[in-house]
Design a binder for this molecule. Structure first.
Ligand SMILES: *[C@@H]1O[C@H](CO)[C@@H](O)[C@H](O)[C@H]1NC(C)=O
Ligand SMILES: *[C@@H]1O[C@H](CO)[C@@H](O)[C@H](O)[C@H]1NC(C)=O
Ligand SMILES: *[C@@H]1O[C@H](CO)[C@@H](O)[C@H](O)[C@H]1NC(C)=O
Ligand SMILES: *[C@@H]1O[C@H](CO)[C@@H](O)[C@H](O)[C@H]1NC(C)=O
Length: 955
C-alpha cells in the first residue's frame, strides 16, 4: 500500500503539529479505556510520545485519509471490552422499566439470593421499583415511605420461597416457534457451514405460544441461539420473555448489542457482549455431508480469515494511532461479513459451542489455542465430565458447561451422557434446548441434577446465577441483589421440590401471571429434598468411561427380608391396594423365590426371619407396584437416531405399496418380533422402578401394528418372564400434516372396522370390532377425537358390541372429557405435561377450558378427565423418558392439588394402563425404595421383587 499513490486529491495534509496533537489525544483516550493506573499512563504516554516524535521527525508531512477521524475512532474502539459501565450498579431505573408499573413489596419471604455461592437465604421482604430490585431482606424505611400508597402493591409471601428469575442459556424459543409449522422454522440456515454474520434476532418471532408457558415455569431471561446445522450458525440474542407494549422483537432484547439507537451504552465506555453459536460433531457433518475433519477445517478456514483481518486492523491502527499514515491506503481493513468473528478474536463475543464427544471437545480446544479465543460454554457437552483436563487446556479459561439432566442416548454423541455429569462438573448450567425440552420445566432439570447428587446451592445456581455469568449478564440478572433487574419468582414450594410451581413471576418488576392458580403444598415440600447417596454409581460411571454396567445383581439368597418398611402397596384387580400402611412402628416384608410370604410386624414374620436371608433396610421406604412405560420405542432401539441400533419403521399402506411378500396392505407387524433387551434406556428405567414396557411398532404413518409388553431387565426374549404379554393392542395414528388427509385416515379406519380388511389386518380389526382387543389411536386433536367417537358409535350401533378405544397422546382430550367418558373410551396422556409442539396440540389453553396446569389453570388434564370418570394413564414419547415415569406420576398428582390420592397416582402408570390396554397377563413386579416412596426425590430404588420371574434384583 502506498499512501501517496492511492489517495484522493482532496486529502487534507495534516501539519506536523496537528499530527502530534492527534497522537497525544489518542494516547490519552486509549489509556483511559484501558483503565491503567496514573503511573502507567504517564509511562506509556511518555514512551509513545518519544516514538512518535522520532518518527515524525523523519518525515516532514504525512497524508491522512479522508475519514481519518472515523478510522481513528474505530481503532480506539478495537480493544474496548464489553460489559456494563462502571456506574451501572448506581442506576435508578431499568432501561426496560415500563412507566406506570407500580412498585411491589413482597413481604415475609424466604429469599434464595444466589449469592455466597448460592448459600445465602434471607428471611424478609423484597422491594421492586422502577423495574429494579430496590431492597432485599430488611427494606429501608425511607425507600418505602417515598412511595405513595396507591403506587405500591403488597404481596404477602406467607413464608414461601423466592428465587431469581430462571435464566435459560440454550433456547430456540421464537426462532423455532410453537406450534411448529412449516414456516416457523427460523432456527437453522442451510446456506453453508460458516455463517457468523447471521443473527437470531432477525428470526425472532413474537407469536410463539411458548413465551407465556415458559414464564409460567419461572423463566424470565433466555439466550436464543441459532440451531446446530452449521459449524458457525450465527449470533444468538438475549431476551426477556415478557410481552412488551411495542410487541416487536427488538423491544424484548436484554442489552441489545446491535446499533438500534435504543438503550445503548456509550461505546467509548463499554460495549455489550454478543453471543455466537458454534457446533461440532454430527449435526454440521450431516447437514453438509462432511466429516469431523471437514467441519474442523471449516472452523480453521473461517478463523484464519478473521485472524488475517484482525492482524491487518491491529497493524493498521498501531500506526494510525501514532499518527503515522505511511503505507496505510485509504480503507481501514474490515469486512462486514466477518466482523463478528473478528470480534470473537477480540474477546467480545460469548461463543456457545454445541459439542458432545471427547474428539470434538479436543478439536475445539486446539482451535481455541491455534486462534487465541475463548469459548464461553460447551453446550449439550455430554462427554465433558470425562475429559476435565482437556477443558482446562482451552485458551483463556475452561469453557463453562450447559447440560441436560437426564436426556441422553438420543444419538451416538449423547450415548455416554450421564445423569451424574452435573454433579461431577459441579459448577455448570442446565439447558432446555427448547423446544427439545419445554423450557417451562427447566427448573425440573435442576431438581433432577440435585436428585442425582449436585449440591442444592449449585443446582439452583445452574438455572439462575451461573448461566447469567456465562452469558455476561450477572451484573443484572440471575441473582437477587439491590440494583438488579426486578426478575423474581415466588414459588409454591422449595424450588428443588418435585413439581415446584410459581405463584407469581415478575419480569422488570411487572407481575406476569394475571390470575395465578395455586395449590397449597405439603410442608415437607417446603424444604430442600434430602437426596439419596449415589457415590457408588458416580464412581462406576467414571470407571467405565460413562457406560457403567446396568444389569442388576440377582439376590443370591432365596429369602430376602426388607426391614423398616413404612408401606406396602400392591395391585389387585385393576386397583392399587394397601397391604399394610404406616402403623406406629414400621414393619418387615419377607420375600421367598420372588414372592411376598409375610408382611407385617417383626413378630408376625418371626418364623421367616430366622431363615438364612439377605436383609435390606429400607429406612422408612416403601414397597409399591412396578411401573409400566407406554408410548416410546423403549425396547425397540438402543440409540434413537442410529438406524443400526433400532428396529426401524414399519411400512405404511396409506403412504406406499407394502410388498406382497409380507402380505401387502394386509400385513400386520408385531412389536415382539423387533424387541431388543438390555438397552440402556430399558435398564435405567428398571433401575428407576419401571419394570415393564408396552411398546408398539414404530409407525411411519397411519398403521403401526400390535404392541407387546415386556420386562425391562430381562436378558433376552426367551428368558423366563421376559415377555409379559406377547400381543397387547392394535395401534394406529391419525394426524394432520401427513399424507393422506385426516378424513382419509378416518375413512380407512371405518372400512377396516366394518370388516372390509383382509388377511392378518382383517383378522386383527375383527378382534377390535368384536370388542376383544383395544384399538389404540395416537391422536392429539379434539376434532379428530370427536370424529373417532362418532365412528365408534356408528360401529357399535351396527354391531351391538362395545369397542375398546384408547386415545394416546391426547393433548386436547380434556376438551371432550365428558364425551370420552360417555363413549367409554380411555386416554393415555403423552407427554404427561402438555406442550403445544404441533398445531393439533395447541388447545391446551382454549379460553373456556385452559388446561396447561398450575399456575395457569387450577386443574390439569388428568384431573379433568378423571372427574368425568375417564380411565386415564400416562405415557412418554421418547425412550430416555421412561426412567422418569415415577416423577411424572408424582408431579401429575401434585398438579391436581390433592384431588386424587397416592393409590390413584400409582394407577396412572400401572393398573390404568393395563386396564385400558386390556392386559390379561399379570405384571406383578414390586419396587422397594429406600428413604421414601416411589415419587419422592428423597428415595432410591433398592430392589425389585418379581413373583412372575421368581427373583429379587438388588440395585
Ligand atoms: C438516537 O436517535 C435520536 C433521534 O434520531 C438522536 O437524537 C440520538 O442522538 C440517537 N442516539 C444515538 C446513541 O445514536
Ligand atoms: C462458575 O462458572 C461461572 C461461569 O463459567 C464462573 O463465572 C464462576 O466464577 C464459577 N464459579 C465458581 C465458584 O467456580
Ligand atoms: C426407620 O427409618 C427412619 C428413616 O430413616 C428412621 O428415622 C428410623 O429410625 C428407622 N427405624 C428403625 C426402627 O430403624
Ligand atoms: C364418577 O364415578 C363416581 C363413583 O362411581 C360417581 O360417584 C360420580 O358421580 C361419577 N362422575 C360422573 C361425572 O359420572
Amino acid at each position: 500500500m502506498d499512501v501517496d499513490k492511492g489517495h484522493p486529491v482532496s486529502t487534507p495534509i495534516l501539519p506536523v503539529a496537528a499530527g502530534k496533537q492527534q497522537a497525544k489525544k489518542v494516547i490519552l483516550h486509549r489509556t483511559n479505556v484501558w483503565k491503567l493506573s496514573i503511573a502507567a499512563i504517564v509511562l506509556l504516554a511518555v514512551s509513545q510520545w518519544t516514538l512518535i516524535q522520532s518518527r515524525v521527525d523523519l518525515k516532514t508531512s504525512v497524508r491522512a485519509p479522508v475519514h481519518a477521524d472515523q478510522i481513528l475512532d474505530k481503532c480506539r474502539l478495537l480493544n474496548v471490552r464489553p460489559g456494563p459501565p462502571e456506574d451501572f450498579s448506581l442506576r435508578e431505573h431499568s432501561d426496560r422499566f415500563v412507566p406506570g408499573t407500580k412498585a411491589t413489596l413482597i413481604k415475609n419471604a424466604k429469599i434464595w439470593t444466589g449469592k455466597l455461592n448460592g448459600l445465602e437465604v434471607l428471611q424478609g421482604d423484597v422491594l421492586l421499583q422502577n423495574g429494579l430490585i430496590k431492597g432485599v431482606g430488611i427494606i429501608d424505611k425511607a425507600a418505602l415511605t417515598s412511595i405513595r400508597a396507591e403506587d405500591l402493591v403488597e404481596v404477602d409471601a406467607n413464608g414461601a420461597w423466592v428465587s431469581p428469575g430462571i435464566v435459560d442459556m440454550h433456547s430456540h424459543l421464537a426462532v423455532t416457534s410453537l406450534p411448529l409449522l412449516g414456516g416457523s422454522q427460523d432456527g437453522n440456515s442451510f446456506k453453508g457451514p460458516v455463517l457468523p454474520w447471521l443473527r437470531a434476532l432477525d428470526g425472532l418471532n413474537t407469536r410463539d405460544d411458548a413465551y407465556r408457558l415458559s414464564i409460567s415455569g419461572g423463566v424470565t431471561t433466555a439466550l436464543v441461539l441459532p440451531g446446530s446445522a452449521n459449524a458457525i450458525g450465527g449470533q444468538g440474542i438475549l431476551i426477556k420473555l415478557r410481552p412488551t407494549a411495542e410487541r416487536s422483537p427488538t423491544s424484548m432484547l436484554l442489552e441489545n448489542p446491535y446499533s438500534t439507537n435504543t438503550s445503548e451504552y456509550d461505546p467509548h465506555r463499554a460495549f455489550r457482549f454478543r453471543q455466537m453459536k458454534h457446533a461440532c460433531g454430527e449435526n454440521p457433518d450431516r447437514v453438509y455431508s462432511g466429516t469431523r475433519m471437514d467441519t474442523t477445517w471449516a472452523f480453521r478456514q473461517a478463523y484464519n480469515k478473521a485472524r488475517e483481518i484482525k492482524i491487518a486492523q491491529d497493524e493498521y491502527c498501531a500506526k494510525a494511532l501514532e499518527g503515522d499514515w505511511t503505507g496505510l491506503a485509504g480503507q481501514f481493513p474490515e469486512d462486514y461479513q466477518w466482523e463478528a468473528l473478528v470480534d470473537v478474536l477480540r474477546g467480545r463475543v460469548k461463543v456457545h459451542n454445541h459439542c458432545y464427544e471427547s474428539v470434538d471437545l479436543d478439536d475445539m480446544v486446539r482451535i481455541t489455542n491455534e486462534f487465541q479465543f475463548s469459548i464461553a460454554a460447551f453446550h449439550h457437552a455430554h462427554e465433558t465430565y470425562l475429559v476435565p483436563e482437556t477443558l482446562k487446556k482451552a485458551h483463556g479459561h475452561p469453557p463453562a458447561i450447559a447440560l441436560f439432566a437426564t436426556n441422553a442416548r438420543y444419538k451416538r454423541e449423547s450415548y455416554r451422557g450421564s445423569e451424574f455429569a452435573p454433579r461431577i462438573l459441579a459448577n455448570n448450567s442446565l439447558q432446555s434446548d427448547h423446544p427439545v425440552l419445554d423450557s417451562r420445566f427447566l427448573l425440573y432439570e435442576a431438581q433432577q441434577a440435585h436428585y442425582y447428587g449436585l449440591d442444592a446451592n449449585l443446582a439452583l445456581l445452574s438455572v439462575t446465577g451461573t448461566p447469567a455469568q456465562i452469558i455476561g449478564q450477572d451484573h443484572r440478572v440471575g441473582f437477587i441483589e439491590k440494583g438488579y433487574d426486578g426478575d423474581l419468582v415466588l414459588w409454591d414450594s422449595h424450588p428443588l421440590a418435585l413439581g415446584a410451581t410459581p405463584q407469581e413471576v415478575w419480569i422488570d418488576g411487572i407481575p406476569q401471571i394475571t390470575t395465578p392458580h395455586v395449590h397449597k403444598k405439603p410442608e415437607q415440600l417446603q424444604h430442600v429434598p434430602k437426596t439419596p447417596n449415589f457415590d457408588e454409581e458416580v464412581a462406576k460411571t467414571l470407571q467405565y468411561n460413562g457406560l457403567p454396567p446396568l444389569l442388576p445383581d440377582r439376590s443370591d439368597k432365596d429369602t430376602v427380608v426388607f426391614t423398616n418398611v413404612s408401606e406396602v402397596l400392591t395391585r389387585e384387580m385393576h386397583k392399587i391396594h394397601a397391604l399394610f400402611t404406616p402403623q406406629a412402628s414400621p414393619g418387615v416384608v419377607v420375600v421367598q423365590g420372588g414372592v411376598v410370604v409375610c408382611a407385617g410386624s417383626d413378630t408376625a414374620c418371626d418364623s421367616f426371619m430366622r431363615q438364612e436371608a439377605r436383609h435390606i433396610d429400607l429406612q422408612g421406604g416403601s414397597i409399591s407396584p412396578g411401573l409400566m412405560s407406554f408410548g416410546s420405542p423403549l425396547g425397540l432401539q438402543e440409540i434413537q437416531a442410529e438406524a443400526d441400533t433400532a428396529d426401524g419403521y414399519v411400512l405404511d399402506p396409506l403412504l406406499a405399496d407394502v410388498p406382497d411378500i409380507i402380505g401387502g396392505d394386509r400385513a400386520v407387524i408385531h412389536a415382539i418380533d423387533g424387541l431388543q433387551f438390555t438397552t440402556r434406556d430399558a435398564l435405567l428405567a428398571y433401575r428407576s422402578g419401571v419394570t415393564g414396557g408396552i411398546t408398539a411398532p414404530k409407525a411411519s404413518g397411519f398403521l403401526a401394528g400390535v404392541s407387546t409388553a415386556f420386562s425391562t431387565s430381562a436378558l433376552h426374549s426367551l428368558e423366563k418372564g421376559a415377555i409379559i404379554q406377547k400381543d397387547v393392542a392394535l395401534h394406529v395414528s391419525v394426524f394432520h400434516g401427513g399424507f393422506p388427509s385426516v378424513s382419509t385416515q378416518v375413512a380407512t379406519l371405518r372400512r377396516l372396522l366394518k370388516g372390509h380388511g383382509k388377511g392378518a389386518l382383517g383378522h386383527w380389526f375383527a378382534k377390535v370390532s368384536g370388542g376383544k382387543v383395544p384399538l389404540v389411536i395416537d391422536v392429539h386433536n379434539a376434532d379428530t377425537i370427536a370424529s373417532l367417537l362418532r365412528l365408534k358409535k356408528e360401529i357399535e350401533e351396527e354391531r351391538d358390541v362395545q369397542l375398546k378405544f384408547v386415545f394416546s397422546g391426547a393433548t386436547e382430550a380434556h376438551l371432550l372429557a365428558k364425551e370420552i367418558a360417555e363413549a367409554g373410551a380411555g386416554v393415555i396422556l403423552a407427554p404427561s405435561r402438555p406442550f403445544p409442539l404441533a398445531w393439533e396440540q395447541r388447545r391446551m389453553r382454549v379460553a373456556a377450558i385452559p388446561l396447561p396446569g398450575p399456575p395457569l389453570s387450577e386443574q390439569n388434564s388428568v384431573a379433568v378427565l378423571r372427574a368425568e370418570n375417564v380411565t386415564v394413564a400416562l405415557g412418554v414419547s421418547e425412550a430416555w423418558q421412561a426412567r422418569n415415569t415415577r416423577f411424572d406420576v408424582g408431579w401429575a398428582a401434585l398438579e391436581a392439588g390433592g384431588s386424587f390420592n397416592k393409590h390413584e397416582a400409582i394407577a396412572l402408570a400401572t393398573v390404568n394402563l393395563e386396564k385400558l390396554l386390556g392386559m390379561h397377563k399379570c405384571h406383578d413386579d414390586l419396587v422397594a425404595t429406600v428413604g421414601g416412596n416411589l415419587f419422592d426425590l428423597s428415595s432410591k430404588v433398592a430392589a425389585i421383587i418379581s413373583p412372575r420371574r421368581g427373583l429379587v434384583d438388588i440395585l
